[in-house]
Design a protein around this ligand. Structure first.
Ligand SMILES: [Zn+2]
Length: 66
């Protein structure tokens, strides 16, 4: 039986702003890049670490509240 490994590309990060800064996940830092979602888009993918940033201000608020 092989262990299930979650690919990094499936990582989704909820953000409250359309402009995000990414310098990589804890497991693999990369040079800091600025990413911006276009009007009407709710996700942007980091070209370095393939993480997906999703515009979800409600989720971010919930997480910060708990
Ligand atoms: Zn990144």
């Amino acid at each position: 039986m092989s262990e299930q490994i979650r690919p990094q590309s499936s990582d989704v990060v909820a953000v409250a702003k359309r402009k995000v800064v990414c310098d990589g996940p804890e497991t693999g830092r990369h040079p800091r890049v600025f990413l911006e979602m276009n009007d009407g888009e709710k996700t942007v993918v980091c070209p370095y670490c393939s993480r997906v940033f999703q515009f979800a201000p409600n989720e971010v608020k919930k997480a910060a509240h708990s």
